[in-house]
Design a protein around this ligand. Sequence first.
Ligand SMILES: [Zn+2]
Length: 355
Amino acid sequence: MTDSSRPHFDPTFAQRIPAGRLPELLRAMPKAELHMHIEGSLEPELIFALAQRNGVSIPYASVEDLRKAYAFTNLQSFLDIYYAGASVLLKEQDFYDMAWAYLERAAADHVVHTEMFFDPQTHTARGVSMETVVTGLHRACVDALPKLGVSASLILCFLRHLSEEEAFETLEQALPYRDKFIGVGLDSSEVGHPPEKFARVFARCRELGFHLVAHAGEEGPPAYVWSALDVLKVERVDHGVQSAKDPALMKRLAQDRIPLTVCPLSNLKLCVFPDLAQHNLGALLDAGLVATVNSDDPAYFGGYMNQNFTQTFAATGLGVQQAWQLAANSFEGSFIDAAAKRAYVDRLNAVFATF
Ligand SMILES: [Zn+2]
């Protein structure tokens, strides 16, 4: 898309909408979520309900006890509890129920499109079949449009702390269901597991026609973002906030319009930034990057989409124009076709025009 054909912010929106109504606007505007791990949407209540339904014992006495354990200091201490929570998922209906709970919350936040990550290796390693995982999640995606007005698709993520051989095995297991997911990603413990570790499996996925994304530059250095782009050839970078340390990388991301799926409350919880006021979301937008706001693992990080928007705007002083830009970026950065993107931006403009 050329600069002139790309949607632009109408400055009269900012003149007309008072700053005091910003939180309401952030909640009401249509938006897409592009970085949300479905296993990270498991609320303690659902973990307990599923544990009971499936007769799985978990090392927490109560919902409150489990919620208290959500005090992470870094990515690894979060991942430890994340994998314990996922252990209650055994049957196709469990995966459906988990996805449905998220999709209902997304609809309430005016998320009109979502591309959800799932981690099959977290489940296949426990003896749950790929079929169970994918069909349960996909059935919820299919129901979401008619029942909730949310279009939803799936992106299969490889766990980067495991080997590339295991990623290849996972891909083989998933290929019979290739019509049920649109792309592949790379997640879990970043530092020490650079993107190039997965060069061959991403090349194969590219040949197969999947969309490609990867987590890079969350805790890891700008070099990981470069290799996600140049070695893995991703179309979108998940997190990418460390790119701001490298001016040449910032220029590349802006020129090639590579979207960054930024997750402010996750960054806060995992101490990527000391507080939200110091988050670099505004700087990324100022540099012309296609930055977006997302919830990452909302059950664990203290908020779904609208909480990410309202808390970040309150802390950083971003305004009406950035609200519009972030929502427009979320549609531009999605993997829907150009006509659907235009239709969503028209809806966005209609909300701003009549707010
Ligand atoms: Zn993530």
